[in-house]
Ligand binder design. Sequence first.
Ligand code: GLY
Length: 399
Amino acid sequence: MKKYMVGFVLLFVMVQLSYGQTASLKNKMKDLIEDNFVFAAKQYQYLKANTPDSVMPRSYVPATGKSVTSDTKWWCSGFYPGTLWYLYAYTKDEAIKKEAEKRLGILEKEKYYTGNHDLGFMMYCSFGTAYKYTNNPAYKDVVAIAAKSLSTRYRPQIKSIQSWNSRDILKCPVIIDNMMNLELLHWVSDHGGDPVFKEIAVTHANTTIANQFRPDNSSVHVVDWDLNTGTVLKKITWQGAADSSAWSRGQTWGFYGYTMMYRFTKNKTYLAQAKKIARFLLTHPRLPSDKVPYWDFDAPGIPNVPRDASSAAIMASALLELGQYSVGAEKKEYIETAETILMSLSSEAYRAKLGQNGGFILMHSVGSLPHKSEVDAPLTYADYYFIEGLTRYKDWYLK
Ligand code: GLY
């Protein structure tokens, strides 16, 4: 009897300790989220001041102190307004809302753009996020038109959306990043739009599983197709270290993309694909302990190469969503890794100081190293997915 009593007391103490640890981690995450939103709302006043009304922020060059902006056709034009909507949702600051509305005003015309596959990034991350927090039907209408524009890039011969127009050595390129733009198509079909958009998304995702992934579950960046024969011409990289390498952001685009596909379809194949990519990422021997990837998992010179905070932010946001569809040890691993990433990105190793970094939140991302473009620089999408990840954590794991 005494033995049982000792066992019971020990169990009770262990449960209390583990509850205490969980409660203290939750408090830590709550404080971290609050601190980041307060900081980001102030920091984005500098970004706003550095960005003329007719353009969007793009990056910043620390060496020269110059801000880099873009026109609204640039694939990243939706991230700044999207981040502003997340900041508004948290802070309820009317000045942030006003700035978000102003930026949507210059972006709206791109709903008719058909020059590449990036309509999802451009119009869903911006107007879709605006609709989520306002229910303004005008925003929904913009997103619906954008889905129609994106659907014009579907090529039945290859059962895929053509990501880019033919360029240089590429005839009909499909890139792994394209998985992200399927969210726009799904969302519109599920909100009263043409069901064909969703069919395109599913078909594209299936073609990508069959053609873009390697046996180790990493993905190739670009698959180039022959539209006459419907066959693959080549598999190469555009932004990675080598055709055979695992370009970090590409891995995280695919990871986020298949997690999102499962959200819309509940098709177990997509869940399995997301988990396979998660395994590739989380067990990779060259994923650093702070969980912020080098710009390419196979970059020559690791560890003396730039990190890519944008990949980390995308991975954290996707891990939090995958955690929603998982149980037990797997769920725990996904959420704990996302926590590590969010803590790393919130530290002074990655988060800028107020008024510095051109007004961007995060430092140390890589746009395209082979093109010597935006290397070790701030990027709008690093900020966007970081703030989205913090929002997801607050909404899903602090309630
Ligand atoms: N092409 C989008 C990216 O650089 O990730």
